[in-house]
Ligand binder design. Sequence first.
Ligand code: MG
Length: 396
Amino acid sequence: MRGIPASDPAPGVPSARPAPYGAHESDSLGRIHGEAPASHRGEYRRDRERIIHSTAFRRLEYKTQLFVNHEGDLYRTRLTHSIEVAQVARSTAYRLGLNEPLCEAIALAHDLGHTPFGHAGQDALNRCMQSHGGFEHNLQSLRVVDRLELKYPQFPGLNLTFETREGILKHCSKKNARTLGPVAQRFLERTQPSLEAQLANIADEIAYTSHDIDDGLRADLITVPRLREVELFGQHFDAVEREFPQLRARRKTYETIRRIRKRLAADLIEASQAAIDDAGVDSIDAVRAHPEPLVRFSESMREKNQALKNFLREHLYRHERVHRMNREAAKVVADLYGAFFEADHRMPDEYQGMAREAADRDGDSGRARVVSDYIAGMTDRYAISEHRRIFNEKIF
Ligand code: MG
């Protein structure tokens, strides 16, 4: 039996070729280390494939998004989060006439520098690194793709294009920007990144807001009645209930979340296209020179989305159970940092060697950076097992 034929592409859907304001490979600022062109697949697809084959990407499977990995098999991890971000980024990029492979590469790489245990892990590592330049996951994502992945004989890192690296570096202090060269220049000059980078950033927000509702409900940390008080959720939930009154609760919330994600994406496309048209930008250079970002929600959607984010912050991210996990996670990271910094023979041979070299070059701060790279690369469960091995103490 034949299925129902897929509908024809909607009229007005742009072609796969980027619009003039999108990123074109012919205008790329290139890679740090010279390489033969990636003629058959294109430069941004090559970036995407290098990211997918990296060790850091595979480790995202066992890193916390909101819940520590072993809490349950159905929760998002950093890997599934990154894939969801890539999906939102790709489909909205297509509608806006932006470069899809570039958007996808940025989305897949955006969390590569995350420590185990999510933000709690990052904050703890940052505290440990205070006198050695601090720790920030964005900068670490760039460090992973520029230096830490050792996969190719000709160069350290993945040697990604400037545009992918620019998108990975979402935020950066002026102090750090001064040390990073061209990729961070915009934080000193206050210019914008490509529209693809702007889009990947907002796709991250759309993805985590919608999947955190799902995970929060699944874990019973938030409830549908409370969520209904938030306009964006309430409005879509009511519509689903009117249309499908018999549907079981779980499917109602799935459908509500799907509609929220779709509505956010539709608003983003419409408002961004209007902003792009109004600004009259006709090249990536014009986008970079424009005084403000052009990928954005409409003002009313921005407010509704903010109200939903506020709800999640108050009721989910600050929930006592999440707090408890975070406190234990912070202890694991701080204990490991202390243990490795004090005695680097506790680290694998490779890292001991790097710590010695870094100490010769940059003293304690060099050694601290190697310890921080080692810890940041750990998965949740590896960090827990290392902690158990060294301290023989049961945490989690
Ligand atoms: Mg993210």
